[in-house]
Design a protein around this ligand. Structure first.
Ligand SMILES: *[C@@H]1O[C@H](CO)[C@@H](O)[C@H](O)[C@H]1NC(C)=O
Ligand SMILES: *[C@@H]1O[C@H](CO)[C@@H](O)[C@H](O)[C@H]1NC(C)=O
Ligand SMILES: *[C@@H]1O[C@H](CO)[C@@H](O)[C@H](O)[C@H]1NC(C)=O
Length: 249
């Protein structure tokens, strides 16, 4: 990204908007967050660039649901942060904006002075780093969650959930938005429907998106075997299935 007054304005708006959100609704807890890397100097060049980057992502992401950028302002490594923000494919532009604002506000408080951080909500995720990570599959932090309720026919259900997500992994990887959601009716004793979703950050190539998602599907037996719902989330891609609809059609 380039330096411009509109980005600065976006940042100031972000601060006031985030404060407004907190006072009105309280802070929304994320699903997960992680901090890593070295510490930066308070009020130093990295922090200044990071503030601008957060303003840029807040401003940019709601247009398409994906924002990617970097700020340098004369500084280079190690003072140049890179960042992306991604909203779930069905989330409206205004809900996306709200989520990115909350994510950047929460992560800056939760990872003070850290050069690298990632945060996930239902509606969005946000990541920044002093390493240029664009276009690379994030094999770092991974987050699992599952519904504690068991399905009645785990062997059948696991296979169907896997089939659905494998289909969605392919669909997401060949779709410009890199997002796919779909349902699959179950036969026989289950008499239910399984709902699934798969999404990649749009800096990945089609092939890497597929590789990333297939990797997560491979984790399902260890996290979510026989469970009524599950999700696996990384900085580059995420999958989720449930026995109820959880995205807008
Ligand atoms: C960063 O700072 C925190 C406390 O301010 C400290 O606990 C941590 O060890 C530091 N990390 C590095 C990598 O220097
Ligand atoms: C997340 O997005 C959905 C769909 O746009 C919306 O209905 C929901 O209220 C949002 N959740 C939060 C916490 O903003
Ligand atoms: C689900 O199944 C597991 C393993 O068979 C069992 O340990 C657990 O208690 C079950 N959970 C529920 C909510 O029934």
């Amino acid at each position: 990204m380039s330096s411009s007054s509109s980005n600065n304005n976006a940042f100031y708006f972000l601060i006031s908007f985030a404060l407004l959100l907190q006072s009105a609704f309280g802070v929304t807890e994320p699903l997960f967050h992680s901090c890593s890397g070295e510490n930066f100097t308070v009020h130093g060049p990295y922090e200044k660039n990071l503030n601008r980057l957060m303003g840029f992502l807040y401003h940019q992401t709601p247009y398409t649901g994906f924002g990617l950028g970097s700020t340098s302002f004369g500084a280079h490594y190690p003072d140049q942060p890179y960042g992306i923000a991604l909203c779930r494919g069905d989330v409206s532009s205004s809900d996306c904006k709200t989520c990115v604002a909350e994510a950047s506000s929460y992560i800056r408080k939760s990872c003070p002075n850290r050069k690298q951080a990632t945060i996930w909500y239902d509606n969005c995720s946000l990541k920044y780093s002093d390493e240029k990570f664009f276009g690379q599959i994030d094999h770092g932090t991974k987050f699992y969650s599952w519904n504690t309720q068991n399905v009645t026919n785990p062997t059948y259900f696991n296979q169907k959930a896997k089939d659905l997500l494998t289909h969605l992994a392919h669909e997401a990887s060949v779709t410009p938005k890199m997002y796919a959601a779909r349902e699959l009716k179950l036969e026989g004793s289950e008499r239910e429907t399984v709902y699934g979703m798969a999404q990649c950050t749009r800096d990945l190539s089609d092939g890497d998106c597929k590789t990333c998602l297939d990797g997560l599907i491979g984790d399902l037996p260890s996290c979510c075997d026989g469970k009524q719902g599950g999700r696996v989330v990384t900085g580059s891609c995420n999958i989720r299935y449930e026995i109820y609809p959880f995205v807008k059609a």
